[in-house]
Design a protein around this ligand. Structure first.
Ligand code: PLP
Length: 464
């Protein structure tokens, strides 16, 4: 049996790659969201916990058959839900290698390859996004991870300035930290506040302008009312409208009060990679920490995000640790990825990011971002020509659309059509369709086909 173990493993790996290839080749034509999903059938196909082993090849086949009816074509060109990237060819293929290599990305001893690739790719990211070359960075699981790490570094720094060592003493008895954030912040900020022990009551919420940007006058007002240690959360790319905060003004006001500024730029920070759109992020490099995603607009496979920090010592103070078994683990020249993330043993996330950036290059990233925005404007133009109401100023890749009194029904019919998929939202009290263009595969023809599906759904609903 040992003799045919290796050929069998090789065959299985190739089989997995083939199945993956077939799925990806069919993305264009399969229903974007499963039709007639039967969760019970999927559960039954997955079966009960078996008493004994199975043939690995049969395991793969069973898995594929069981989940096939429940797969979403979110990697395909007509998925416009949430803010969702596909995965670029080189990045997806590098992800297969990441699995094969099975490196532990913790530090330079567990994998020099993982450490070196993150070091190089992290430098490229800072360059592309216009962040300070001296900033520290961590490859995290997403913008949730990036926001949590950024706010952990902030917690360290603002309390240190008040003579409080939060890593040693915790928050019990510490000066109360104030978190100032816009009402349009992403919910992951609130979760980070809970996880970090600030509590959501620490939030001083500032109203946003009609566009979704933070009201900078109100922000300045909120900052002047207290001398407490303060963290200001700003945003590049509001999840509904794509709006940007006025970083230049807001950061200056925050820094004048000694506050730390964290920027959630999950998708919007990528505007900085485009010469045409960079102006939207004007001043963002003055912040203290930033979070962004790889798996959204960079089109890197899940799970991939980045935390950056202008103060590497604060960053490492919040996230690094040492232990007896780690002594001697740090060759002077190799960066230790695990010092900048909340994980220890971890996937070597740098490989896919490096591959995406290498495939696209500077010009390719700019083109991807600009093309997505042009396609979002195409959506807006076509839908408003047909009588729908485009509610936001389409400054980026997000479009908010209303269909009179019928928006929830239109949305439901579109989602059911399998032609394309977009989510809903509530914006300024109104239920709307939310369209996000973030996938490298999406073409003008995909937008036109999706608009046709939306208009057909609208007609269907009106005819009921
Ligand atoms: C998506 C998003 C997040 C959360 O990112 P994850 O990658 O899902 O963790 C945070 N902030 C904004 C603005 C987002 O769009």
């Amino acid at each position: 049996m040992a003799d045919d173990l290796l050929p069998r493993a090789a065959a299985l790996f190739l089989r997995a790659a083939e199945l993956g290839r077939d799925f990806r080749a069919g993305l264009d034509e399969r229903a974007v969201f499963p039709r007639d999903l039967d969760p019970g059938a999927v559960r039954a196909a997955l079966g009960e916990l078996p008493d004994g082993p199975a043939d690995p090849a049969a395991v793969l086949d069973q898995l594929r058959e069981a989940v096939e009816p429940a797969l979403v074509a979110s990697a395909g060109p007509r998925y416009f839900g949430f803010v969702t990237g596909g995965s670029l060819e080189a990045a997806a293929a590098a992800d297969v290698l990441t699995t094969a290599w099975d490196q532990n990305g913790f530090n330079a001893l567990t994998s020099p390859a993982a450490a070196l690739v993150e070091e190089v790719a992290g430098g490229w990211l800072k360059d592309l996004l216009g962040l300070p070359p001296t900033a520290s960075f961590g490859f995290v699981t997403g913008a949730q991870g990036g926001n949590t790490v950024g706010l952990a570094a902030a917690r360290h720094a603002v309390l240190e300035r008040h003579g409080w060592d939060v890593e040693r003493l915790g928050l019990h008895g510490a000066p109360r930290v104030r978190i100032v954030a816009g009402s349009g912040r992403h919910a992951t900020i609130d979760r980070a506040l809970r996880l970090l022990g600030f509590g959501t009551d620490a939030l001083a919420e500032v109203p946003t302008a009609p566009s979704g940007s933070i009201d900078v006058a109100a922000l300045a007002g909120a900052l002047s009312t207290s001398d407490a240690p303060t963290i200001v959360c700003l945003q590049a790319g509001e999840v509904n409208t794509g709006a940007f905060d006025d970083f230049r003004t807001a950061i200056a006001a925050a820094h004048a009060r000694g506050a730390w500024v964290h920027v959630d730029g999950a998708f919007g920070l990528w505007a900085a990679a485009s010469p045409r759109l960079r102006h939207l992020t004007e001043g963002v490099a003055e912040a203290d920490s930033w979070a962004t995603d790889g798996h959204k607009w960079l089109n890197v496979p899940y799970d991939s995000g980045y935390a950056f920090c202008a103060h590497p010592a604060a960053h490492a103070a919040a996230t690094s640790y040492t232990a007896a078994y780690l002594v001697g683990d740090r060759p002077e020249t190799l960066r230790s990825p695990g010092d900048f993330v909340p994980d220890s043993s971890r996937r070597a996330r740098g490989f896919t990011t490096w591959a995406a950036l290498r495939q696209l290059g500077r010009a390719g990233v700019a083109e991807l971002v600009e093309r997505s925005c042009a396609l979002a404007r195409r959506f807006a133009a076509r839908l408003s020509e047909a009588g729908a109401e485009v509610v936001n100023d389409v400054v980026l890749n997000q479009v908010l659309v209303g269909f009179g009194d019928h928006t929830p029904q239109v949305l439901e019919a579109v989602q059911r059509s399998g032609e394309c998929w977009m989510g809903g939202t509530v914006w300024r009290g109104r239920r709307l369709m939310r369209v996000s263009v973030s996938n490298w595969r999406t073409t003008e023809a995909d937008v036109d086909r999706s608009v046709a599906a939306i208009l057909a759904a609208w007609r269907e609903v009106q005819g009921r």
